[in-house]
Design a protein around this ligand. Structure first.
Ligand code: PLP
Length: 423
């Protein structure tokens, strides 16, 4: 197979560079033809650029034939586009080989795939070490595995400002000797950036396998999986300007090769007889059935889109928006900030807060009347919020199209909501 470093990237250099901010909104039909407004829920899902929507349509109209099947040209071409998308993803995250890229439905499915596929590598009493910053999708599959194999799930503590407690992490690594460490790169609930390089390196030294939840990190921080050295890295297409229904499990080849298939069916076998079946090579071994190839190809278009930006500029843009949100809300009456904002710790793309007299759900409903979309609730991170002692927060989260005027609109909504509830 072709190594990802051999890919032809000339197409990428030929297109115009993009800069994050209001100026890229014209590339998103959501803003030009759709409802538009102050969309501040990009951590849940991002809006899609023309290029991704057009690619999806183009595949369905012009290249629609099942992949890995037909001897006819249409199918061969669809297969080529699908394979090319895998290479684009591999290059984007710094994977040495596209064979390390397993297409799945999203981060959730990727973690479940590891929890089932690597199940036989765990023995009774083994420990899986997570953190109190995790999304439910990086907790529940491990709890299910623990139940099946009689394992223990342990959690690294967080500080009152929602940062990972590294001394607790080191002590749990030393005392619990976990078989698997599964931790997020960037927490969706609070925007906490974890010291993922140190986390992975310490886990490796302690002899643990590592899985990094990159659902937010892949798009808001960036990653080079080879440099990071993790065993697994997972993310979802729809949070990086791609379609829903497609996501990625990156695995080091030797780790993927040691895993058992999770689902059986067509495409994942080398042979089938009435006596039994043999498995295909990695990554096809984990891609049973017809894959979501139009979505995968459109994810490749999302990667092309992201490659038009400088990673440095995107990171600076989103960090600047978070800083502006924190500074603005800190000065606002009745607002409590949650997460690293409290102490000035590392944070990006997300700002979580609550109001003194308005529940986050009520606030989100009122904000909506100003065409401001913010998320309210526990953000699928109940253990995080419980630890912080708050039942719910309101959360604004940013993308390349977000700008400071969105934050001004949030402030207008906050003042109106407090006025309505101030009796
Ligand atoms: C940090 C994190 N991990 C995992 C997930 C799960 O992603 P998906 O629902 O796309 O599988 C999310 C989604 O919000 C997330 O933010």
């Amino acid at each position: 197979m072709k190594e990802s470093s051999e890919l032809n990237t000339s197409v990428l250099t030929a297109v115009e560079a993009l800069h994050p901010g209001e100026a890229v909104r014209h590339l998103f039909p959501f803003f030009t033809e759709g409802p538009g407004g102050c969309y501040l829920d990009s951590a849940a899902t991002t809006q899609k650029p023309h290029s991704v929507i057009d690619t999806l349509r183009d595949v369905l109209v012009n290249h629609n034939a099942n992949v890995h099947r037909g001897a006819y040209r249409l199918s061969a071409h669809a297969t080529e586009l699908f394979d090319e998308a895998r290479c684009k993803v591999a290059t984007y995250i710094g994977a040495r080989s596209e064979r390390s890229i397993v297409f799945v439905r999203g981060a959730t499915e990727a973690i479940n795939l590891v929890a089932y596929g690597a199940e036989h590598l765990f023995n009774e009493g083994d420990v899986i070490l997570l953190s109190l910053l995790e999304h439910h999708s990086n907790i529940v599959p491990w709890q299910m595995l623990a139940k099946r194999r009689n394992l223990t799930v342990a959690f690294t503590e967080i500080t009152p400002s929602g940062e990972l407690d590294m001394s607790d992490y080191k002590s749990k690594l030393a005392t619990l000797k976990p078989k698997m460490v599964a931790i997020t790169q960037l927490a969706n609930s609070l925007g906490t950036i974890t010291p993922i390089e140190e986390i992975v390196s310490l886990a490796q030294k302690a002899g643990a396998m590592t899985l990094v939840d990159g659902a937010q990190g892949v798009v808001h921080l960036g990653v080079n999986v080879e440099a990071l050295g993790c065993d697994f890295y997972v993310f979802s297409g729809h949070k990086m300007y791609g379609p829903t229904g497609i996501g990625v499990l990156y695995g080091r080849l030797e780790r993927l090769e040691a895993m058992q298939p999770f689902m059986g069916g067509g495409d994942m076998i080398s042979y089938v007889s009435v006596e039994g079946s043999g498995w295909a090579e990695v990554p096809q071994r984990f891609e049973a059935g017809t894959p979501a190839f139009p979505e995968a190809i459109a994810l490749g278009a999302a990667v092309d889109f992201l490659n038009r930006f400088s990673r440095k500029e995107v990171n600076a843009h989103e960090a600047e928006l978070v800083k502006h949100a924190i500074d603005t809300l800190r000065a606002e009456k009745g607002v409590t900030l949650h997460g690293p904002a409290v102490t000035g710790g590392p944070q990006t793309s997300v700002c979580s807060f609550s109001l003194d007299i308005v529940h986050p759900h009520d606030f989100a409903t009122i904000a909506d009347t100003f065409n401001v979309q913010v998320r309210a609730g526990n953000h699928c991170a109940m253990p995080t919020l419980r630890k912080l002692g708050v039942p719910a927060t309101a959360r604004m989260s940013f993308g390349v199209y977000s700008c400071k005027s969105d934050i001004t609109s949030v402030v207008t909504a906050i003042r109106e909501a407090r006025r309505m509830f101030d009796r």
